[in-house]
Design a protein around this ligand. Sequence first.
Ligand code: NOJ
Ligand code: CA
Length: 563
Amino acid sequence: MLTRRVLIDTLAVMAASETSSAHAGEWWRGAVVYQVYLRSFADANGDGIGDLQGLESRLDYLAGLGVDAIWLNPCYASPQRDHGYDIADYFAIDPVYGTMADFERMVASAGARGIRIVMDLVANHCSADHAWFRDALGAPRGSVERARFHFADGRGVGGVEPPTNYDSVFGGPAWTRVVEPDGADGQWYLHFFDPSQPDLNWAHADVVEHFDDVLRFWFDKGIAGFRVDVAHGMAKAAELVDVQAGSDFHPAWDQPGVHDIVRRWRALGDAWPVGPRYWVGEVWVTDSALARYLAPDEFHQAFSFDLMLQPWHAESLRRAVERSLALAGPYQAPAWALSSHDVHRVATRYGQEVDLGDPDPSDMISAARRRGPVDAELGIRRSRAAALLQFALPGTIYLYQGEELGLPEVLDLDPEVRQDPMWFRSDGEQFGRDGCRVPLPWSREGANLGFSTRANAAPAWLPQPADFARYCAEDQFEDAESVLATYAAAIEARKQHFAGSDSLCWIETVPGVLAFRRGRVACVVNTTNEDVELPVTGTVVLSSVPAPSGQLPANSAMYVELE
Ligand code: NOJ
Ligand code: CA
C-alpha cells in the first residue's frame, strides 16, 4: 500500500518529469539558487575575509537547505575596490579567496552534492589594475591600447571639462582625467561605476575575443553558467553624445549592440560539449526593452527586480508577479530575488514601511536602500511570509546568503569601517551596500561568530553587531520555529508541491490578501496588520507563523492543500 508520503513523492517525480520533457536539460527552471557573497560567507584561513575553502566547508549546510545551485559573486584577481567587480585578471582566483586548486575542489565538492556553480561575469568594465588599462595609460592618444577603453579629450579651454555630462552610477561624473606619460594633463576615460572600473570598448575585437576565452576557460572548470553584470551596459552608442534632459535615450544603456554580445555568448554556451550553459542577466531596463533580452537566442533569464522593489502590499506584489510572468512569456521562467548584495536586506525593508510609506516610482532602486526607523520583529515576520510567497512562485528563486537566517541590514556601521565606493562617491549621502555584506553569524561561540573557522582569527572585515549572535545558524538549526526552519520547510514544500507546473492561478480574495494555486496547493499571504479568515479550505501544509485553525494571521503566509 502506498503511504501518503510515497504518493506525494511519486506525484512530484511524475510532475517534474513532465516539466523536464518539455524543457529537457533546463535544470534552472524551478531551481533554488543561493547567492554566495564569498567575502562574507565563511573564512577558513582566519584572515577575517571569506574564502573558497570556507565555502567548501559549508556546502553541507547548503545541501541541507535544498539549494540546487550557487551564484558566486566575483572571486577573480582584483584589487577589491568594488570587492571583485573590478577584475584585474579574468583567468585567476584572487589570493585573498584562495587558489585555482581551491576553486576546482569547491566546484567538485558542490557537484558531488548536486549543487551547480554559476559565476559572475563582469564585462562592462575591468579594473584599472588590468594589464590592458595600464598599457592604455602608458600609451599615447589614439593608440591601439587606448582603443580598448573609452578615452576622449575634455571640453573647454585646455580640455578641463569632462567630454560629456554622464553621471556615474556610484555618484559623481562618469569620466576621470588621466595624466599623460609625459606628465601633462591628458584625456579622460569613461567609467560608469568607480574610477577604478574603466568601461571596456565592446566595439574593439580584442574585447570580444577576450571574453570568448574567459567563457571557455571557466566552462572548462565545470561551471554551469554565468550571471551577467550590468548586462544592459556593455555596448555603447557609436557617438558618445550628451544625455538630454527628459530623453529616454542614453548612449550607454540598452544599446542594440548589447544583443549581439548576448547572442554570441548564448551560442557559445549552447554548443558547449557537455551540455548548454546557463545565462541570467542583471538587466535594468524598461519592461518592453527587457523582452528582447529574453528572446530564445539570448538570456535564459533576467532578474525580476520588480518584486524585490515592491512595498509589502498584496496588490503591488501581485502586479509585480503578473508583470514578470507576462514578460517571461510561455518559454522562459522568471528569476525572482527579494535581496542581493546590492540592496538593503529584506527583513529590514519590510520593517521600514510603516514609517516611510510607498517608494517613489521614479527612483525605485533607492526604495531598496532607504534609511529610517525599523521595526525589526515586524520585518522578520513579513520576510518569513515573503519567503513562502517566493518559494511558491514558478521560475527560479535566488536567495541571498543570510536571508534564510532573517538577518537584518546593518544600518549603523561606523563610517570608519565602510568600504563601498557608493558611500565615498556620494559623500556619505548614500549608505551604499556594506550593511548587507556583514559576515554571516554561524555560531555563538567561535571566532567572528563562527564566520572564521580558526581560533585567533583576525576581526571580520566588516564588524558584526553584537546582536548578530541571535541570528546564528547553529541555534536556528535546533529550533523548529526558526526563520531557517521555515526557509528549509518552504524549499522542501516547493520541491514536493510546486515542481510540476510553470503557471499559477490567482484566487480572488479580500484586499490586502494574496492567494494563488499551483496544482493542488494554494499559497495565501496576508499583508495586512489584521488577522483574517483563511480564504481557502483545505489542509495547511506550512505556515510562516503558528496560526489558529481557519485563520490567516496578520503578516503571515500559508501553503494549503486544497480539498
Ligand atoms: C552590479 C553589481 O551587482 C554591483 O555589486 C556592482 O557594484 C556593479 N554591478 C558594478 O559592477
Ligand atoms: Ca579568509
